[in-house]
Design a protein around this ligand. Sequence first.
Ligand code: ADP
Length: 204
Amino acid sequence: MFISFEGIEGSGKSTQIKLLREFLNQEGLSPVVIREPGGTQIGEKVRDIFLTKTDEHFDPLTEVLLLYSSRKQLDTNVIKPALKDGKIVIADRFADATVAYQAYGKNVSKDFIAQLHSDLEISNPDLTFFIDISPELSKARISDRESDRMESESTEFFSKVRSGYQACANNSEKVITIEGTDTIENIFLKIKEAVTKKLNVSME
Ligand code: ADP
């Protein structure tokens, strides 16, 4: 089973992934946790290029191609083998992030991204949790972080990204939207319930 977590910076993805990982470990289902870009030797190099601030204009299409080179490498070397082994894979962001950040945030064609995704035969999550918070709350929560290239974007940009995520959630039954202003405990209860339900269904 493949589960992804989506949401703007500070929405609580890492917090919830940690809790889900601990819960699944206790159940004897040690999940494989991945992050993008990265997760492979080549992908980590791409991550470095992707997140390092530069004076040069970073073309949004270059961003998409870098993300997909890392994603292809991760899918081939990590995700597909783990799923084949019957493992649970948890992704801290996946393809919906490219739609939200690069299509909605930076005007790259949604069709181009969808075609690339399909032509590269990338795995698709069975379940996606979109933790929704406002750009203002995001800013407040990550104020003490040293921001990378993406985190340095404007509130207006994060508003567009948020609407991209909301569109992804509206277009897919596999996406569960969670109100990110709720408490960490309540959010995790919802996540645990959805994952347990999906696991029980897939084991029947
Ligand atoms: P992300 O991985 O999405 O960037 P984090 O899990 O790192 O987000 O959370 C960002 C910050 O917000 C952390 O300091 C975390 O403790 C806090 N946080 C996460 N979820 C909640 C929540 N539901 N309510 C209040 N604070 C939260």
